[in-house]
Design a protein around this ligand. Sequence first.
Ligand code: HEM
Length: 588
Amino acid sequence: MQMRHGCGTLLSVTAVLASFCLMPWLASAQANGGQDSMRQACPGDESGLKLPSGFCATVFADGIGHARHLVVAPNGLVYANTWSGEYYNNTPVHSGGFLVALQDKSGAGKADVIERFGETIQSGGAGGSGIGIYKGSIYAENNDRILRYALPASGIVPNSAPEIVVSKLPLGGDHPMHPFIIDAKGSMFVDVASATNACQVKNRQPKIPGADPCIELETRGGVWRFDANKTNQTFSPAERFATGIRNGEGFAIDASGRVFVTQHGRDQLHTNWPDLYPGDQEATLPAEEVMLLKSGGDYGWPECYYDPFQEKLVLAPEYGGDGGKAVGVCANKLPPAAVFPAHWAPNAMVHYDKKQFPARYRDGVFIAFHGSWNRAPYPQGGYNVVFQHFSGDHASGNCEIFADGFAGAVVSPEGAAHRPSGLAVGPDGALYVADDVGGRIYRIVYKGGAAGGGAVTPCPSATAPAGTVAAAAANPPEGTHPDAGAPLPDGVTPEMIAVGDRVYHGQLGGAAGAGCHGANGTGSPVGPDLSGKKWLWSDGSFDGILKSITEGVPNPKQYRSPMPPMGGAQLTPDQLKALAAYVWSLRR
Ligand code: HEM
């Protein structure tokens, strides 16, 4: 991934890419980029991030909403897309539009002008993830569309109505987001991710085979290519560029124009196939991947997943797999260019093409790992930004942890204070990171000193062990049961509740309620709050809760994916009652 500079060659990457050289004002704005920030430091250095020595970060903006991806215009203006809805428990959104323009007028590493634009809840919008810049326009995902907003000659937000570039992108299911990248010629590569975990006939249910053929692949589970120069394109199976990619949220383009995409690997190998995969493999399989995109390429989802221990694609249990030995059709699928530990959730990627950071950061990509729920009850991983060196079109060695400490004290989907979700490089070489929990934008610069030759923190290998079960630590017995003194339902004892606590946190029986309902039962993006504020399926009595857990929820009312009976495990009648007693005791 060598970089080249100048208007004769391709500038690289981020969730952006523009033919900036065609735009004189853009080119001149970029001309001295890189020099100013060599002198920059981070007043206050209050970000709380752990960075390699020589680097520092400012909180560029905070509380701007669920910031997903972001881009930086050649004049240094930062634009972010924010999202809303189920992923965020339908919490209220900012007024004034889902898109945010941020300007640092004083040069202190903080946005002092923040303006919102684009669709609003009132106009039927929900926001989105994808955002890019091409030929002086902002391109942004909103609901099922990618819209184009011409940037104004003065001011920081567009002042004309958007044009529709693409419409009717598939929504619904597990992955309704549409991140994208635009290359120098205007090819717009769009993530149209899978609606399901593994194309099962019944999504995420235990021991249910995969649909064969997986019809979903006609319209999901791949990367689609559109033309950023054209308006009013409509999504159809015909524009599919590459297939077999479950959820490719992060894109980067290197100096030679190659497009790379990240993949969030499939979930629930142990939960749904406990006879084939021991509990710890829920947290260690499959590897997350970066793929080199090839026209017509098939990367294997849903029939295959990447096993980092054997260093190959193997057959998934839904398609006749035997727990990792059989390869079958996977021998003919395209392998990854780089792999990372399971369930780290690579949400964004950017190739570093500026000179502000030391030279060692120019031969690879930064990746923002959002972190996930599916490693539970083992400790979560990711929630960081890493750097991965490349040699040619393949990873060179393990990645390095570049920025860490986003989550704070509790590293879980419901407890993390911040989760990295977007990345962009500014014209001056600063690296921006978007967080979709606290709505924070971080700005990282190199202030000189030891980096370059300084110590780096290696990522754990993709074959690192799962660790020890950790979820119970997040649920101190004295802290989470305000109702403990209230009369217990008939037949329920404190001992049962204690056993149920262990079942809920995956220490007994193989169920992992904490993975979907949160370590303390207050809900997560994939399962509702169980603390009794509102019940969707019963009156909240012990018997009602027992019934919900025993039968599962095949057709959720408010969440995307079903709950398998008994949380996907085979529990004994006593364990089931204990689990129901524990959930009952979570009432607040
Ligand atoms: C120990 C395991 C589990 C326990 C004790 C548990 C408990 C429950 C209960 C009591 C309900 C009914 C809530 C209500 O009436 O409002 C429920 C619903 C639900 N659970 Fe679980 N659960 C477990 C595992 C899981 C897992 C592993 C998932 C994710 C794959 C999940 C996802 C859901 C969903 C999506 C709903 C329905 C929400 C809706 O209708 O929109 N649960 N769960």
